[in-house]
Design a protein around this ligand. Sequence first.
Ligand code: HPA
Ligand code: ZN
Length: 349
Amino acid sequence: MTTTFQVPDIEASRLPALLEAMPKAELHMHIEGSLEPEMIFRLAQRNGVKLSYASVEELRKAYAFTDLQSFLDIYYAGASVLLTEQDFYDMARAYLDRAVADNVVRSEMFFDPQTHTERGVAMETVINGLHRACVDAEREQGISAALILCFLRHLSEDSALQTLEAALPFRDRFIGVGLDSSEVGNPPEKFARVFARCRELGLHLVAHAGEEGPPEYVWSALDVLHVERVDHGVQSVRDPALMQRLAKDRIALTVCPLSNEKLCVFPRLADHNIRQLLDAGLVATVNSDDPAYFGGYMNTNFTRLFAEAPGLTARHAYQLAFNSLEASFAERADKERWQQQLRSVFEKA
Ligand code: HPA
Ligand code: ZN
């Protein structure tokens, strides 16, 4: 579905307030990537975990990344402080509070169980803590929150299959599966069997592809894994036939501007290709990826992108928010209610 709403002309000076106020869905955020340095130190102390950084400041200084792998090494070290169900709960509640402040009405949060089960943390501990946070935030703050289990692609497919089996007793607590971690050298087809099994189980399917990896990885995410959305996908612009396919099948791309800048996928935010994706008719969305590491949550992603990338207008803003709601895995009635709210925010602007 595309919008038929005629977006009014809005002065550039009024765009930031509108970007902040518009209801939006976040579809690409790794909950372990929402661990702020202060919380890493607090949990390390609570759990008696030794960190290789002396202070919050020293840890923050290490956040100077050159590529995806240089980030992942620090991200997995940060996640080592998570041990108890309460830790997972506290992390997710802190993120959901920030999301509510940014007018996120729906969040589909990635989690990486293997990062924790490999350290001896039980699957049950991870899923129950995160799930309880979703339920409480929904009841107390009205945000709609759901979980997507991600397989780590640097590990084997057998490990992913075992992870799926361990998670199946909690099948009602996550809505889908994804694929993350080191992309280049770990193509989607490495996970063909586990995704086929997830498809049979009726889980939603997404995968990171075309962040650093080539357009071929986006093709195989679509044709081998049968994903419903592509996470990142920004390398798709290198392949016109792929662009046409993504537009025709209305496959959403969950784009993460500040992440792409911090991991040097684009030299500067000003060089980001999101306007090209939108203008080609693709269902692009804006997301924060790992907000504690990349310099901001949802609204900062929107406001910095619109301030720095040339040519983005109120019409693009509306389209990005509309796309995020449409591409979410929420109920149709919820999507339509949020899209109506979006429209009224723009009508009053
Ligand atoms: N890419 C791949 N894996 C990840 C990312 C990402 O941006 N963030 C957390 N895990
Ligand atoms: Zn990601």
